[in-house]
Design a protein around this ligand. Sequence first.
Ligand code: HEC
Length: 152
Amino acid sequence: MNRLTAAALLLAPALLFVGCSKGSNSSTTTTTTTQATTTPASSTGSMVTLGVATFNANCATCHGSKGQGQPGAFPPLDGNPVVTGDIKPLIKIVKTGLTGPVKINGVAYNGQMPAWSGTLSDAKLSAVITYIRGAWSNHAGAVTAAAVAAVK
Ligand code: HEC
């Protein structure tokens, strides 16, 4: 009896300490774990919702709500082979931005696309890239957060 109580008294502060140190460290860990676990599970419904929301909040002002763009100013994302093509250059453009002359479907653009890697998480980036690849007349496959993280 006495021994047990003593053991419990000895253990209690130790457990509290472990609990506390875990608590103070976990705020950063929690966010990363959440993103990592949401991506595989969310390739269906919630990823689409996140993709649409991210697109409307960050991309639609320039590229249009239907990805139609503005000829000469903002390139279309709908029917754009860069969007439906190889994922690495596409991820790179969205993460790091794009400046300088480009020609899309015969129309020249020479504008400035901001970099999004500092603003949007890999989970949001993968959701919005997946969205633009599959929305409107586009029918290209999904992009995972891991693929986004792999492109620097
Ligand atoms: C401030 C306006 C603006 C916003 C907001 C914007 N873009 Fe852009 N985007 C541009 C411009 C301008 C270009 C072309 C840059 C150039 O001429 O070099 C471009 C280019 C692109 C390209 C490459 C197209 C190609 O054919 O090379 C992709 C993909 C793209 N944007 C996706 C996005 C996504 C996804 C978002 C939202 C996360 C977004 N953009 C937000 C202005 C914008």
